[in-house]
Design a protein around this ligand. Structure first.
Ligand code: AP5
Length: 215
């Protein structure tokens, strides 16, 4: 299975991608997670990405495409992958097409999660993540058993630095301007399938599975 999971910041891509990865036994490839790890490790890519991410802007296409060329060609992606947060611009989508041609593989589906912006702001303001194992919580809808502690590994949960109100507003603007055209790109190829992501995590999960079973 080779899948793109698209949608605005905070719609629930990461939450659903983790479930898909567990069920289909293929990796979740999140460009956001790869970049955050590069920042923690203070690599040249991380140093370049940080200022863009803190401002809620997109990291330049050439940086992302170089990362993805390497990742998608690696052994861990040989049986399939779930792309979470990539491609995010039309040049990234055409760059992905070129990578897929080089690797001799095709996408199976492009699923687009949709929800209104009030729900997004609410979800992102209450998000907490585990810096160790990557688990995602929500203080309102899926809180950890113990305040600020990861249920899986016991690490202290953190709030992402780009989940501040002003940065969220900017990320949504960037999504409307730069990423929404990517949906049209895949719609023209007859590949984009919209999924209403306004329900609970399990309701959205059922809709995703039903969309995939129709493939
Ligand atoms: P990235 O890390 O990709 O962030 P994003 O796309 O903005 O998405 P999020 O991770 O914020 O949200 P999500 O949709 O995964 O939601 P989640 O499941 O966590 O990118 C960050 C930055 O990196 C970008 O701004 C950019 O600078 C850079 N970047 C990354 N990729 C790039 C690229 N390709 N090109 C250029 N730059 C790039 O859920 C959110 C919250 O809601 C959680 O608390 C969760 O528990 C809760 N929740 C989820 N689903 C539900 C539900 N159904 N009901 C109730 N609560 C729910």
């Amino acid at each position: 299975m080779r899948l793109i999971l698209m949608g605005p910041p905070g719609v629930g891509k990461g939450t659903q991608a983790k479930k898909l990865a567990a069920v289909y036994e293929i990796p979740q490839i999140s460009t956001g997670d790869i970049l955050r790890e590069a920042i923690v490790n203070d690599t040249p890519v991380g140093r370049e990405a940080k200022e863009y991410m803190d401002a809620g802007r997109l990291v330049p296409d050439d940086v992302i495409l170089n990362l993805m060329k390497e990742t998608l060609g690696s052994e861990k992606c040989a049986r399939g992958f779930i792309l979470d947060g990539f491609p995010r611009t039309v040049p990234q989508a055409t760059g992905l097409d070129a990578i897929l041609v080089t690797l001799g593989i095709r996408l199976d589906a492009v699923l687009v999660l949709e929800v209104n912006e009030d729900i997004i702001v609410e979800r992102l303001s209450n998000r907490r993540s585990c810096p160790e194992c990557g688990a995602i919580y929500n203080l309102k809808t899926s809180p950890p058993a113990q305040d600020d502690t990861c249920d899986n590994c016991g690490a202290e949960l953190v709030q992402r630095s780009d989940d501040q109100p002003e940065t969220i507003k900017n990320r949504l603007k960037v999504y409307r301007e730069e990423t929404a055209p990517v949906i049209d790109y895949y719609a023209k190829k007859g590949m984009a399938k919209a999924i209403d992501a306004s329900g609970s995590v399990s309701e959205v999960w059922e809709k995703l599975q039903s969309a995939l079973s129709q493939k």
